[in-house]
Ligand binder design. Sequence first.
Ligand SMILES: Nc1ncnc2c1ncn2[C@@H]1O[C@H](COP(=O)(O)OP(=O)(O)OP(=O)(O)O)[C@@H](O)[C@H]1O
Ligand SMILES: [Mg+2]
Length: 184
Amino acid sequence: MTKPLLKLSNLNKSFGALKATDDVSLTLLPGEIHALIGPNGAGKSTLIKQIAGGLRSNSGTVEFDGRDVTPLGTVARARAGLGRTFQISSLAMEYTVLQNAVLGALGQDGSVMRFFRPVMKNKALVDRAMSALVRVGLDGQAAKRTADLSHGQRRLLEVAVALTLEPKVFLMDEPMAGLGASGS
Ligand SMILES: Nc1ncnc2c1ncn2[C@@H]1O[C@H](COP(=O)(O)OP(=O)(O)OP(=O)(O)O)[C@@H](O)[C@H]1O
Ligand SMILES: [Mg+2]
């Protein structure tokens, strides 16, 4: 039998009296795509945060790639191969598209910002960032300031940033939010 990549068992999260997630169990096999749907406030973002490590569950476990990652925080889970994008953008707007992707390739650790110039000379990192941009079709915009991208292009850049870490599982919170039919 194929081993699950991600296994959620009985996850719960309450905010005071409000139960945001209630005993959620789910198994994700390699190659599978799951969509989580529900109205505003249903608990979708809460569950994604519980899986990615940004929010500690009240109970339940998250196993990823055969390992119990429940005690781990976001950075450790991201490094283990759990990638995510955010419902609200986490891009550095004054940086270029390529610089944002390089930051992603570094593991999104804010403390590296002051070493930014030398980092841009790190060919392996820049190459990894560029190939993520190619994958989402943003390589032509690499030198552009992120603030000057269209909304749709920013969503694509967020995907590229997450892809730089070559995640095994990729979580997207509202990937289509704010995108009209024209994709702009
Ligand atoms: N940090 C928090 N503190 C208190 N309540 C919270 C917190 N985060 C979420 N909630 C509440 O938990 C419920 C679930 O919120 P969540 O953001 O997970 O929903 P969602 O399904 O992602 O909604 P949307 O479609 O609007 O993004 C909501 O009632 C929300 O107000
Ligand atoms: Mg949400």
